[in-house]
Design a protein around this ligand. Sequence first.
Ligand SMILES: [Zn+2]
Ligand SMILES: [Zn+2]
Length: 116
Amino acid sequence: MTRPPRRNGGARRVRCRCGQTMLRQLVGHRAALDVTADARELTATEAAALVEPNRLAWCLRTVAGGPDLRWLGGRHPPDCPHPHVIDHQCAAPAAPQPRPRTSRTSTPEGQLALDA
Ligand SMILES: [Zn+2]
Ligand SMILES: [Zn+2]
């Protein structure tokens, strides 16, 4: 059995490829979630306003080991005094696809597979 060196690694500051500083942490049971959140600290209200179905807000606590992201569960108070951060939405384009663009007018996509 291997055991992680620390029970809770806490959040690390990392630089995203878009140039922004993010907080990164493995959150949840057995570190199920790999969270990257904007390092910019928000109030609970500001963070709640930015939440989307695929964008979560996190309560930023400072523990003995440093910053620690907590999931905003059902018991999270709307007037929580701690700073909050929200999932990083990267401004950098996704991994570039080296595939050249083809003209749509010549052949429908389905047709290409049939001809091959
Ligand atoms: Zn909070
Ligand atoms: Zn980014």
